[in-house]
Ligand binder design. Structure first.
Ligand code: UT7
Length: 343
């Protein structure tokens, strides 16, 4: 066992501990854009309602036949190029998605092949909107234990073909897209400092995609039926739980890192609703200028939301070396997760 893994297991602090450092980020958005005004033509909604209640102005939508791997592969390729890492060096590809290309094989396997990561294992992580932080936590554990050195974590979603476009309560919220990071084991202070994962399966029915699984296979629903593709969501209840989940996840991450909210330089939350994000920020006592928000442009892209925001923040120069970056997510499950990173 490498010395770093032994030290970690024994809970010993040391200066040379291997940390999982994000060394590259990338993204891919499908070309087609659907604005709120486009949605006004499709259902009884308004640009004003959507912007006021969610902060969303537009979302990207995949073409028919375009799967999550088609979005995830170019995002991962960009992250590898940014990192300057040869795909052959990748040990593991993790794809976080609620909309895999197929029930099997894993979407990660398709991405692995497309990016030429011929020496890597590959599998999917399913934790809905918290998925990317769960995936990052997995990469962190593999790297700090010395099992792997280089892991690609992708969040990729094609939600548009899982939405009922007659239902304004959900159709206006979601978008398609992918974001990816390359995580490497490096000595030093930079990298993931701690992660916190949570779940409350007792609240699973607040946000569900009921069809297409083993309980309600598609065959039970005629092609034209509205239930065939439709997300069941109790929005208001979820809103309250989301604010709570952000608070719990954030406080755990800060406590484990022995930091206070004042030490956070950039908060990158899951992008579900600006009202949720700013309510949570106010409760935490976090200045709004330290909160990264890109939902207006991409909507809620579930597991892709945080890596997309990370990549946007990096390209805007908001991720400076040494900055304390806090990621926090919540989603179906219910799940929640946070990660504190020294950039
Ligand atoms: O990634 C995790 C997934 N999801 C979330 O985190 C979502 C959490 N929840 C939310 O973000 C909010 O609850 C929503 C944005 C989904 C809804 O906002 P709200 O302020 O909770 O609205 P509401 O559901 O209470 O609906 C208010 C009104 C209703 O009309 P009445 O009953 O007051 O006449 C709805 O029928 O707004 C109506 N409404 C709409 N009107 C125009 C609902 N959806 C729409 C719409 N356009 N798209």
């Amino acid at each position: 066992m490498p010395a770093s893994a032994l030290h970690t297991r024994l809970g010993l602090e040391n200066d040379w501990m291997i940390r999982a450092r994000i060394v590259g980020t990338g993204q891919y958005l499908p070309e087609r854009i659907l604005t709120n005004h486009d949605l006004e033509q499709m259902m009884d909604t308004s640009d004003e309602w959507i912007q006021q209640r969610t902060g969303i102005r537009q979302r990207h939508v995949a073409e028919p036949g375009q799967g999550s791997s088609d979005l995830g592969a170019p995002a991962a390729a960009e992250a590898l190029e940014h990192a300057g890492v040869d795909p052959a060096e990748v040990d593991l590809v993790i794809c976080c998605t609620t909309t895999p290309d197929y029930l099997f094989p894993a979407t990660a396997c398709l991405i692995q092949e497309r990016i030429g990561a011929r020496n890597a294992g590959a599998y999917d992580v399913s934790a809905a909107c918290s998925g990317f932080v769960y995936g990052l936590a997995t990469a962190d554990a593999f790297i700090r234990s010395g099992v792997h050195k280089t892991v690609v974590v992708v969040g990729a979603e094609v939600l548009s073909n899982r939405l009922n476009w007659k239902r304004r309560d959900t159709a206006v919220l979601f978008g398609d897209g992918a974001g990816a990071v390359v995580v490497r084991g490096e000595e030093g202070e930079q990298g993931v400092r701690n992660v916190h994962l949570g779940s409350d399966g007792g609240a699973a029915d607040i946000l569900v995609m009921p069809t297409g699984g083993s309980v309600q296979p598609y065959e039970q629903h005629p092609l034209e039926s509205e239930e065939r593709v439709a997300i069941d969501m109790r929005g208001k209840e979820l809103f309250r739980k989301a604010v709570m989940a952000f608070a719990v996840a954030t406080e755990k991450a800060l406590a484990a890192g022995e930091l206070t909210i004042g030490d956070v330089d950039l908060f990158i939350p899951h992008q579900a609703n600006t009202r949720i994000i700013y309510t949570a920020a106010d409760r935490l006592g976090l200045d709004h200028d330290k909160v990264y928000v890109n939902i207006a442009r991409v909507g809620n892209t579930t597991a892709a939301s945080i890596p997309l925001a990370l990549d946007d923040a990096r390209k805007e120069g908001r991720l400076t070396p040494g900055a304390n970056v806090l990621l926090a997510a919540f989603g179906a499950g219910l799940t929640w997760a946070s990660a504190l990173i020294r950039w």
